[in-house]
Write a protein that binds this ligand. Sequence first.
Ligand SMILES: NC(=O)c1ccc[n+]([C@@H]2O[C@H](COP(=O)([O-])OP(=O)(O)OC[C@H]3O[C@@H](n4cnc5c(N)ncnc54)[C@H](OP(=O)(O)O)[C@@H]3O)[C@@H](O)[C@H]2O)c1
Length: 193
Amino acid sequence: MPENKRDLSYLTSLPGATERLNIFNADLCNPDSFNAVVEGCIGVFHVATPVDFQDKEPEEVVTKRSIDGALGIPKACLNAKTMKRVVYTSSAAAVMFGSNKDVEEVVESFWSDIDYIRPIKRYGPYMISKTLTEKPVLEFSEKYGLDVVTVIPSFVVGPFICPKLPGSIHGTLTLVFGNLDELSFLDQPLIKK
Ligand SMILES: NC(=O)c1ccc[n+]([C@@H]2O[C@H](COP(=O)([O-])OP(=O)(O)OC[C@H]3O[C@@H](n4cnc5c(N)ncnc54)[C@H](OP(=O)(O)O)[C@@H]3O)[C@@H](O)[C@H]2O)c1
Protein backbone atom coordinates (compact mmCIF):
# COMPACT_ATOMS: atom_id res chain seq x y z
CA MET A 1 0.00 0.00 0.00
CA PRO A 2 2.49 2.67 -1.07
CA GLU A 3 -0.15 5.43 -0.89
CA ASN A 4 -1.10 4.55 2.70
CA LYS A 5 0.49 7.01 5.09
CA ARG A 6 -0.66 5.39 8.34
CA ASP A 7 1.98 4.45 10.86
CA LEU A 8 1.77 0.66 11.05
CA SER A 9 5.08 0.19 12.86
CA TYR A 10 3.27 -1.27 15.89
CA LEU A 11 2.40 -4.19 13.58
CA THR A 12 5.47 -4.38 11.40
CA SER A 13 7.75 -4.42 14.46
CA LEU A 14 6.06 -7.49 15.96
CA PRO A 15 8.38 -10.50 16.34
CA GLY A 16 8.46 -12.47 13.07
CA ALA A 17 6.54 -9.80 11.15
CA THR A 18 9.20 -9.43 8.49
CA GLU A 19 8.74 -13.06 7.48
CA ARG A 20 5.10 -13.73 8.35
CA LEU A 21 3.01 -10.54 8.27
CA ASN A 22 1.31 -9.35 5.09
CA ILE A 23 -0.76 -6.17 5.20
CA PHE A 24 -3.61 -5.63 2.73
CA ASN A 25 -5.98 -2.75 2.18
CA ALA A 26 -9.62 -3.90 2.48
CA ASP A 27 -12.90 -2.14 3.22
CA LEU A 28 -16.16 -3.56 4.57
CA CYS A 29 -17.95 -1.27 2.08
CA ASN A 30 -16.23 -3.13 -0.74
CA PRO A 31 -16.56 -6.80 0.26
CA ASP A 32 -14.69 -7.99 -2.85
CA SER A 33 -11.60 -6.30 -1.44
CA PHE A 34 -11.28 -9.25 0.96
CA ASN A 35 -10.82 -11.82 -1.83
CA ALA A 36 -7.07 -11.29 -2.07
CA VAL A 37 -6.77 -11.19 1.73
CA VAL A 38 -8.19 -14.68 2.35
CA GLU A 39 -6.65 -16.38 -0.66
CA GLY A 40 -4.76 -19.48 0.47
CA CYS A 41 -5.78 -19.07 4.14
CA ILE A 42 -7.10 -21.87 6.36
CA GLY A 43 -8.51 -19.61 9.08
CA VAL A 44 -9.96 -16.12 9.36
CA PHE A 45 -10.73 -13.96 12.36
CA HIS A 46 -13.21 -11.31 11.31
CA VAL A 47 -13.01 -8.55 13.91
CA ALA A 48 -13.48 -5.40 11.79
CA THR A 49 -16.71 -3.51 12.34
CA PRO A 50 -17.84 0.11 12.10
CA VAL A 51 -17.44 1.40 15.67
CA ASP A 52 -19.08 4.82 15.93
CA PHE A 53 -19.95 5.71 19.50
CA GLN A 54 -20.38 9.37 18.55
CA ASP A 55 -23.36 8.49 16.31
CA LYS A 56 -21.89 10.35 13.35
CA GLU A 57 -23.67 8.06 10.91
CA PRO A 58 -27.29 6.86 10.88
CA GLU A 59 -28.06 3.37 12.16
CA GLU A 60 -28.99 2.12 8.66
CA VAL A 61 -25.64 3.18 7.19
CA VAL A 62 -23.60 1.54 9.96
CA THR A 63 -25.67 -1.64 9.80
CA LYS A 64 -25.49 -1.94 6.01
CA ARG A 65 -21.71 -1.58 6.03
CA SER A 66 -21.39 -4.11 8.83
CA ILE A 67 -23.62 -6.69 7.08
CA ASP A 68 -22.10 -6.16 3.62
CA GLY A 69 -18.62 -6.78 5.00
CA ALA A 70 -19.65 -9.64 7.25
CA LEU A 71 -21.27 -11.48 4.32
CA GLY A 72 -18.53 -10.57 1.85
CA ILE A 73 -15.85 -12.14 4.02
CA PRO A 74 -17.44 -15.64 4.30
CA LYS A 75 -18.22 -15.48 0.57
CA ALA A 76 -14.54 -14.79 -0.11
CA CYS A 77 -13.66 -17.65 2.28
CA LEU A 78 -15.94 -20.03 0.41
CA ASN A 79 -14.38 -19.03 -2.92
CA ALA A 80 -10.89 -19.53 -1.51
CA LYS A 81 -11.71 -23.28 -1.07
CA THR A 82 -8.93 -23.60 1.51
CA MET A 83 -10.81 -22.33 4.55
CA LYS A 84 -11.20 -24.57 7.59
CA ARG A 85 -12.81 -22.15 10.01
CA VAL A 86 -14.01 -18.55 10.21
CA VAL A 87 -14.31 -16.82 13.58
CA TYR A 88 -16.72 -13.89 13.54
CA THR A 89 -16.55 -11.47 16.48
CA SER A 90 -20.04 -10.51 17.54
CA SER A 91 -20.81 -8.76 20.82
CA ALA A 92 -22.66 -9.20 24.08
CA ALA A 93 -24.82 -6.38 22.69
CA ALA A 94 -26.33 -8.90 20.26
CA VAL A 95 -27.80 -10.99 23.06
CA MET A 96 -28.08 -9.00 26.26
CA PHE A 97 -31.00 -6.63 25.66
CA GLY A 98 -34.55 -7.73 25.35
CA SER A 99 -35.23 -10.98 27.12
CA ASN A 100 -38.51 -10.60 28.95
CA LYS A 101 -37.53 -12.85 31.79
CA ASP A 102 -34.67 -13.10 34.23
CA VAL A 103 -32.48 -16.06 33.31
CA GLU A 104 -29.33 -17.57 34.73
CA GLU A 105 -27.96 -18.71 31.42
CA VAL A 106 -28.01 -17.06 28.00
CA VAL A 107 -28.02 -19.53 25.11
CA GLU A 108 -27.79 -19.42 21.30
CA SER A 109 -31.51 -18.74 20.85
CA PHE A 110 -31.22 -15.38 22.66
CA TRP A 111 -31.13 -12.20 20.57
CA SER A 112 -31.37 -8.56 21.54
CA ASP A 113 -34.57 -6.83 20.53
CA ILE A 114 -33.54 -3.95 18.26
CA ASP A 115 -36.71 -1.96 18.94
CA TYR A 116 -35.82 -2.13 22.61
CA ILE A 117 -32.23 -0.98 21.92
CA ARG A 118 -33.16 1.82 19.48
CA PRO A 119 -33.90 4.53 22.11
CA ILE A 120 -30.47 4.04 23.70
CA LYS A 121 -28.26 7.05 23.08
CA ARG A 122 -24.70 6.67 21.73
CA TYR A 123 -24.11 2.90 21.61
CA GLY A 124 -27.55 2.14 20.10
CA PRO A 125 -26.62 2.03 16.36
CA TYR A 126 -23.51 -0.03 17.11
CA MET A 127 -25.49 -2.53 19.19
CA ILE A 128 -28.20 -2.78 16.52
CA SER A 129 -25.59 -3.36 13.81
CA LYS A 130 -23.96 -6.12 15.88
CA THR A 131 -27.33 -7.85 16.43
CA LEU A 132 -28.42 -7.58 12.80
CA THR A 133 -25.04 -8.73 11.45
CA GLU A 134 -24.49 -11.94 13.38
CA LYS A 135 -27.75 -13.53 12.20
CA PRO A 136 -27.01 -13.44 8.42
CA VAL A 137 -23.45 -14.60 9.08
CA LEU A 138 -24.79 -17.71 10.83
CA GLU A 139 -27.45 -18.24 8.12
CA PHE A 140 -24.76 -18.04 5.44
CA SER A 141 -22.62 -20.55 7.30
CA GLU A 142 -25.54 -23.00 7.57
CA LYS A 143 -26.62 -22.56 3.95
CA TYR A 144 -23.18 -23.06 2.42
CA GLY A 145 -21.63 -25.42 4.98
CA LEU A 146 -18.84 -23.04 5.95
CA ASP A 147 -17.50 -23.63 9.48
CA VAL A 148 -18.24 -20.31 11.22
CA VAL A 149 -18.16 -19.76 14.96
CA THR A 150 -19.17 -16.51 16.62
CA VAL A 151 -17.62 -15.01 19.71
CA ILE A 152 -19.69 -12.85 22.07
CA PRO A 153 -17.33 -10.64 24.08
CA SER A 154 -18.45 -8.16 26.70
CA PHE A 155 -15.83 -5.46 27.43
CA VAL A 156 -12.33 -6.42 26.26
CA VAL A 157 -9.72 -4.68 28.41
CA GLY A 158 -6.00 -4.90 29.01
CA PRO A 159 -2.71 -3.85 27.47
CA PHE A 160 -2.91 -2.77 23.82
CA ILE A 161 -0.32 -2.17 21.11
CA CYS A 162 -2.14 0.20 18.73
CA PRO A 163 -1.33 3.93 18.95
CA LYS A 164 -4.93 5.07 19.60
CA LEU A 165 -6.84 4.43 22.83
CA PRO A 166 -9.22 1.51 22.09
CA GLY A 167 -12.91 2.35 22.57
CA SER A 168 -13.36 -0.42 25.13
CA ILE A 169 -10.50 0.91 27.30
CA HIS A 170 -11.99 4.40 27.05
CA GLY A 171 -15.39 2.99 28.04
CA THR A 172 -13.95 1.12 31.00
CA LEU A 173 -12.05 4.18 32.19
CA THR A 174 -15.28 6.19 32.17
CA LEU A 175 -16.47 3.79 34.88
CA VAL A 176 -13.30 4.49 36.88
CA PHE A 177 -13.63 8.27 36.45
CA GLY A 178 -17.39 8.27 37.00
CA ASN A 179 -18.38 9.82 33.66
CA LEU A 180 -21.46 7.64 33.42
CA ASP A 181 -23.18 9.74 30.73
CA GLU A 182 -20.91 8.02 28.25
CA LEU A 183 -22.29 4.66 29.32
CA SER A 184 -25.95 5.63 29.34
CA PHE A 185 -26.83 2.24 27.83
CA LEU A 186 -26.23 0.83 31.30
CA ASP A 187 -29.43 2.67 32.33
CA GLN A 188 -31.48 0.42 30.05
CA PRO A 189 -32.76 -2.52 32.11
CA LEU A 190 -31.67 -5.81 30.54
CA ILE A 191 -35.08 -7.31 31.19
CA LYS A 192 -38.03 -5.89 29.23
CA LYS A 193 -40.94 -4.94 31.43
N1 LIG B 1 -13.53 -4.13 22.58
C1 LIG B 1 -14.58 -4.64 23.18
O1 LIG B 1 -14.79 -4.47 24.39
C2 LIG B 1 -15.58 -5.42 22.38
C3 LIG B 1 -16.72 -5.93 23.02
C4 LIG B 1 -17.63 -6.67 22.29
C5 LIG B 1 -17.40 -6.92 20.95
N2 LIG B 1 -16.29 -6.41 20.34
C6 LIG B 1 -16.12 -6.68 18.91
O2 LIG B 1 -14.77 -7.05 18.69
C7 LIG B 1 -14.36 -6.58 17.40
C8 LIG B 1 -13.12 -5.74 17.56
O3 LIG B 1 -13.41 -4.65 18.42
P1 LIG B 1 -12.31 -3.60 18.86
O4 LIG B 1 -12.62 -3.18 20.24
O5 LIG B 1 -10.95 -4.12 18.51
O6 LIG B 1 -12.71 -2.39 17.90
P2 LIG B 1 -11.79 -1.31 17.21
O7 LIG B 1 -10.53 -1.10 17.96
O8 LIG B 1 -12.65 -0.12 16.92
O9 LIG B 1 -11.44 -2.05 15.85
C9 LIG B 1 -12.36 -2.12 14.81
C10 LIG B 1 -11.56 -2.37 13.55
O10 LIG B 1 -12.47 -2.40 12.45
C11 LIG B 1 -11.84 -1.72 11.40
N3 LIG B 1 -12.84 -1.15 10.51
C12 LIG B 1 -13.81 -0.25 10.80
N4 LIG B 1 -14.51 0.08 9.70
C13 LIG B 1 -13.95 -0.63 8.68
C14 LIG B 1 -14.22 -0.74 7.30
N5 LIG B 1 -15.20 -0.04 6.71
N6 LIG B 1 -13.45 -1.58 6.56
C15 LIG B 1 -12.45 -2.29 7.13
N7 LIG B 1 -12.16 -2.25 8.44
C16 LIG B 1 -12.89 -1.42 9.20
C17 LIG B 1 -11.03 -0.61 12.04
O11 LIG B 1 -10.02 -0.27 11.15
P3 LIG B 1 -9.23 1.11 11.30
O12 LIG B 1 -8.23 0.91 12.39
O13 LIG B 1 -8.63 1.27 9.95
O14 LIG B 1 -10.25 2.15 11.64
C18 LIG B 1 -10.51 -1.29 13.29
O15 LIG B 1 -9.27 -1.91 13.05
C19 LIG B 1 -15.54 -5.79 16.83
O16 LIG B 1 -16.27 -6.66 15.97
C20 LIG B 1 -16.36 -5.45 18.04
O17 LIG B 1 -17.74 -5.29 17.74
C21 LIG B 1 -15.37 -5.67 21.03
